[in-house]
Design a binder for this molecule. Structure first.
Ligand SMILES: [Zn+2]
Length: 287
C-alpha cells in the first residue's frame, strides 16, 4: 500500500493518534488504519525514505494504536497486505464477528458500486432480478464470513461467494469475445436488438456465469495480486462446458476511490435498497 505524504498530512492535519512519539520517545511515528483489515499500520518512510524505497508505505503494526485501531492478529494474518497467499476456501469467520458484519454492511451500502464494478469487469449488465438471485445465493453461502473477504475486495468476493447464475435475458454491454463465443458454441442463442441474450427458435438456451478460483499472491515486484476467473458455461452431455473465460484482477484502489469520493448523483439507491431487503436482517441489532 503506497502512501502519499501530502494526502496523508491533509487527511490527518498531523494530529494524534496519526502522529505520535515512537516507543523510544526519540522520534515521531505515523500511523493509519489498513483499509482492507482495519488493523493499525505504521507509515514507513513518510519523511525519510529507507534505502531502496521509492515511496512511503504502510506496514502492519505489531501493537494496538489507542484511539486509532486495535490489533487483531487473526484478521491481520488473513490480510493480503500483510501476507499475500491463497485463502483457505473453507475457513469462515464467526457469525458474531464484528468484522464480518462490517463487510456485510459494506456489501449492502455499496451494492450499486458492486454491480457497477462487476459490469465493468465482465461486460455483462445483470438485471435487478439476477442481482437479487445473487444476493440470495451470497446469503446462503454466508459470503461475508469467508476469511478471504476484506473491506477492499468487496465487489469481487461478493461475486465469488455466489453460485452460477443464468445469463439468459441478460445484456452484453461490452464483451465482443463473449458474443463471439455464444455465436460459436450456442446455435440456439441469439442477441436481441438491445444485446440481450435470447433464443432463436423458442428452444431452451443453457448459459450460466460463475466466478471461480479466487487467488491471492505477491507479484515479483512485491505488489499484491488478487484475482478470480469469470467463466461462462453451458451443459453438454450433463457436464458443464466452459465456452468463455476471463481472469479478473481486483482493482481494489479503484473500488476504494469509488467509495471514498462519492458522487451522490450517480448512486443507484434502488440497488442499495434491494441489498438491504435481502441481507439487512443478518446485521441484527448492530445495524
Ligand atoms: Zn491489513
Amino acid at each position: 500500500m503506497l502512501i502519499d505524504r501530502e494526502r496523508f498530512e491533509l487527511a490527518t492535519r498531523k494530529m494524534p493518534p496519526w502522529y505520535q512519539p515512537s516507543s523510544s520517545g526519540n522520534e515521531l511515528s505515523q500511523f493509519a488504519v489498513c483499509p482492507a483489515c482495519d488493523n493499525p499500520i505504521q507509515v514507513i518512510g513518510l519523511y525519510r525514505l529507507p534505502k531502496g524505497l521509492a515511496h512511503p508505505y504502510g506496514k502492519h503494526a505489531n501493537r494496538s494504536v489507542p484511539g486509532l485501531a486495535m490489533l487483531d492478529v487473526e484478521r491481520r494474518d488473513a490480510c493480503p497486505y500483510f501476507m499475500p497467499r491463497k485463502p483457505d476456501r473453507h475457513a469462515r469467520r464467526r457469525e458474531s464477528d464484528p468484522f464480518a458484519r462490517k463487510i456485510l454492511r459494506t456489501v449492502i451500502e455499496q451494492f450499486d458500486r458492486i454491480a457497477y464494478v462487476l459490469e465493468k469487469d465482465t461486460g455483462v449488465r445483470l438485471s435487478k432480478k439476477k442481482l437479487q438471485e445473487m444476493l440470495a445465493s451470497y446469503r446462503r453461502m454466508q459470503g461475508h464470513r469467508y476469511v478471504g473477504a476484506n473491506l477492499l475486495n468487496v465487489p469481487w468476493i461478493f461475486a465469488y461467494m455466489t453460485k452460477a447464475v443464468s445469463l439468459y435475458g441478460q445484456k452484453i454491454v461490452d464483451n465482443p469475445e463473449l458474443v463471439e463465443a455464444i455465436e460459436r458454441e450456442l446455435p440456439h442463442a441469439a442477441l436481441d436488438h438491445q444485446a440481450r441474450i435470447t433464443n432463436r427458435d423458442s428452444s431452451y438456451v443453457d448459459i450460466n456465469a460463475s466466478f471461480i478460483s479466487h487467488d491471492c499472491r505477491a507479484a515479483s515486484d512485491g505488489q499484491v495480486v488478487e484475482e478470480m476467473i469469470f467463466c461462462v458455461v453451458t451443459t453438454r452431455y450433463r457436464k458443464p462446458m466452459e465456452i468463455y473465460r476471463k481472469s479478473i484482477r481486483f482493482d481494489v484502489e479503484r473500488f476504494h476511490r469509488l467509495i471514498k469520493h462519492s458522487d451522490h448523483a450517480q448512486r443507484r439507491r434502488d440497488l442499495v435498497e434491494l441489498a438491504r431487503r435481502e441481507l439487512g436482517d443478518l446485521l441484527g441489532n448492530s445495524s
